[in-house]
Each structure stands twice: as C-alpha cells, then as structure tokens.
Design a protein around this ligand. Structure first.
Ligand code: ADP
Ligand code: ASP
Ligand code: MG
Length: 416
C-alpha cells in the first residue's frame, strides 16, 4: 500500500469544524487505499499566543523552556484530529515528534533534524491506523524537546515523506498553491503550475512564507514529490520538482519580500587584513545573523563597512559594537531601520545578463531608494525602505511579466 504524507497548517486546523474536515480528508485518502501519515500545526494563531504568554513573564525566555511551551500547541491538534477520526470510525493514533522518532541536533528553537527512526510509525501504519504527527518538534540525543523554527511543520512533513519513501507529500494551506508573489499583498500574483526546488528554496529563504526553507531542502535532497495545495477548495495545487516548465519563457519566476531589516554602517575602520574578521566574529559569536555586507574604502585609506541584520537584533548588535570600540578602532556607527528586502528569483537569469540592470531601472522609475544589493545565480535582492516595499514589488511584478492576465482570471473563475 502506498504511503502518502500530508500536512495541514494553522489556519487549516483553526477550529473544530476545520479539524473535522481534515479528518474527512484523511479518511478519504485511506478509502482510496493509501497508508496516510498526517502532520499538523498548532490551531490558528495559538503558537503566537504561547509566545505572548512567555513575553508577559520575561524579555529573555530560556530557549529550552520556550520549546517545551511551544510544542504543546501541536499536541492539542493531533489529539483532536484523532478523536474526530474515531468519530468517523477510523482507527488512528497521535504521536508527538519524539514518539515519531524525530531526532534533532541539541539546538533550541531552530534545530535541524538529524535522524528519523520510523519503526513505531510504521508499526501503526501496518496495523491499518491513520497516524497523526505533531509538526515542528523533535528530541535531541540528550532527550531534550526541540523545535525546528517557526513554520517548521512543513519540514516535519517532508522529512517524514523522505524517511518513509512516501509516494508524495502534500502541504495543505490557506492558498491554492505557490504564487508568483504573496497573493495577500501583490493583488496581481498568479498561481504557478510548477516551480523548481532551487527557485522555491531561494524564494523561501528570501521571505516567501508559504514553505519552510528546510522543507524544500529536504525535498530536493531526497527527491520528494512535493505539492502545495488548498485545504478549503478542491483545485490543483503547485508541484515543486527538479525541472519546472518555464511558462511563457519568463526570466523571473517569482518575487519575495521581507521586512524588519536594519542597515548598520561602521565608519572609518582601519584598513587591516583582520578588520572584517574581527567585526563579524564579534557578531557571529552572539548568534547574530548578518545578511548583505558592503565594504568601501574611504578617502583617507580607512574602510566603511555596512551590513544588514534583522531589526530584532539591532540593540544587541549596537551594544556589541559600542563595547568593542577600542579594539575595532572605528570612528562612528550609524543605522537605518524600517528597511525591507525585495527579491526577484528565476533560473532563467543564469543565461540572461541585464536582469539586475532592469530591476534597478524599474526601482529608479518608481523613485525607490536602493540601499544595498545582493545577487546569487538565480536571484537579485535590493534593500529598500519598508514604506516602498509593496509598491516596488508590484512594479517589478508587472515589469517582469508576472501579472495575472484578465483571461486567466476568467479561466480560473470557470474552474472554481
Ligand atoms: P500554514 O499555516 O498553512 O503553514 P502559512 O501562513 O505558513 O500557512 O503560509 C501560507 C501563506 O504564505 C499564504 O497565506 C500567503 O500569504 C503566504 N505566501 C507568501 N509568499 C507566497 C507565495 N509566493 N505563494 C503563496 N503564498 C505565499
Ligand atoms: N506552530 C508553529 C508555528 O506557528 C509551526 C508551524 O505551524 O509550522 O510556527
Ligand atoms: Mg507555514
């Protein structure tokens, strides 16, 4: 019997009616002759509510205790879905991450899965049961409960699909698939029929919240057939696969954005071999993630170094740099908050020079200030003021031919 893995996100299990609907879908999969493993998230916004509870107690919660707290959300959902299945006469069992054999590194709040022991899970499948697994959680070798980072239930599902050599892994969510950009903000965004692992990975890293980046990484490494689809409507989703067909020969496949970025500039550092290493070691040792880095010579032979960070890390970053003023030997440190990053992604860029130039032209026409730029083989990103993020995204979306055409809208309406 072929095994299928499916995952339902927070909105898709937001209340008990939706949970009953998920149970019906699981039953349907079993009636079609599949062994069904289902991963679920915490109900609705309940993970955010747990974070708020911790915030009411402390500004600096212990990461181990945060994991202990947040993993309770998913446990509520697995038990309720099993109850709903039993009401439908389906034999089912719920498993926490550790009961499902998901082993992670000894890291809290952003752990990577290192191993999966599927024997318990397979035992239940062999007994003909539907298996419900709590998403986003695992256990370290030392027996501590860990979580995989916000949005990590996608990764639980894809990792289980890889370990079980499942036929497919479906990610059921509140949109009908992967779009050219976040349809909640870019009104003319269009659903893609398929997208390659590499493009999806880049989009996910650059802020497209529809899939957790590590889920895409697992899917690519283990060649998992991954489909993103709606939990509400029975319409075709988006397939994430090795080679996606390029619609209309477009260079750019999608666009992502990310806010809460701050640009920090450290001025007139000494022009020494170890300047960059001293500055960034200081930040790395405190776990501060730095994204784009720019180094510039000054007229008097010093160097200015600018870098972008998540705005949440600004206080810590400034404290560290101020505290090391004597050893770093700089003149001043400045920062610009309320920035964002807008990125265009597409494997067609490899063979198409001038995409970055076109992007800058569009931003110039929109009078959007470009603060920093970074490129990879298949992406170009620009840091721009947060107030301009959506306007810039919409202009780029139109320029690169991604807008939904009126005709397609009519077709989609007919299908619905
Ligand atoms: P879930 O709770 O099911 O995991 P998420 O909120 O994590 O759902 O992901 C779905 C959301 O991702 C959508 O509601 C949409 O706003 C957002 N999103 C961002 N980028 C994209 C994109 N390129 N395509 C589709 N959805 C996107
Ligand atoms: N419940 C977790 C979160 O809200 C994990 C997930 O939904 O994927 O981030
Ligand atoms: Mg998600």
């Amino acid at each position: 019997m072929a095994t299928i893995v499916q995952k339902f996100g927070g909105t898709s299990v937001g209340d008990t009616d939706k949970i009953k609907r998920v149970a019906k879908r699981i039953k349907q999969g079993m009636d079609e002759g599949h062994s069904v493993v289902t991963v679920v998230s915490a109900m609705g916004k309940s993970t955010d509510k747990l974070v708020e509870l911790a915030d009411e107690i402390t500004d600096n919660p212990d990461p181990r205790e945060m994991d202990m707290l947040l993993t309770t959300g998913e446990q509520v959902t697995i038990s309720l879905v099993v109850m709903a299945l039993k009401e439908l006469g389906v034999d089912a069992v719920s498993l926490t991450g550790w009961q499902a054999g998901i082993v992670t590194e000894e890291v809290h709040q952003d752990a990577r899965i290192t191993d999966i022991n599927t024997s318990t899970l397979e035992g239940h499948l062999n007994d003909g049961k539907a298996v419900l697994v709590a998403g986003f959680q695992g256990v370290s070798e030392d027996g501590n409960i860990t979580t995989l980072g916000r949005g990590g239930s996608d990764t639980t599902a894809v990792a289980l699909a890889a370990a079980l050599e499942a036929e497919s892994c479906s990610i059921f969510t509140d949109v009908t698939g992967v779009y050219t950009s976040d349809p909640r903000y870019v009104k003319k965004a269009r659903q893609l029929g398929s997208i390659s692992y590499d493009e999806m990975l880049e989009l996910a890293h650059l802020g497209a919240g529809v899939l957790h980046p590590r889920a895409v990484e697992f899917a690519k490494n283990y060649n998992v057939k991954l489909v993103v689809r709606s939990s509400m409507e029975n319409v075709e989703g988006t397939i994430v696969e090795e080679e996606a067909t390029m619609e209309q020969n477009l260079t750019v496949r999608g666009l992502a954005f990310d806010k809460n970025i701050t640009k920090v500039t450290v001025e007139r550092l000494p022009n020494h071999y170890d300047t960059m290493s001293n500055l960034f070691k200081l930040l790395a040792e405190e776990g501060i993630n730095v994204d784009i880095i720019i180094q510039q010579m000054t007229a008097d032979h010093g160097v200015n170094v600018s870098f972008s960070i998540d705005s949440g890390n600004l206080g810590k970053t400034l404290d560290l740099i101020h505290g090391a003023k004597e050893t770093l030997c700089y003149s001043e440190v400045r920062h610009e908050s309320s920035q964002s990053k807008v990125s265009i992604v597409g494997s067609g860029m490899i063979s198409n020079p001038g995409v970055a130039a076109d992007m800058f032209k569009v931003l110039a026409e929109e009078e959007v200030a470009i603060k920093m730029v970074s490129t990879s083989e298949i992406a170009v990103s620009a840091v721009v003021p947060e107030k301009d993020m959506i306007r810039a995204s919409e202009a780029l979306h139109t320029y690169f031919g991604l807008d939904e055409k009126e005709q397609e809208k009519i077709e989609l309406a007919k299908q619905a």
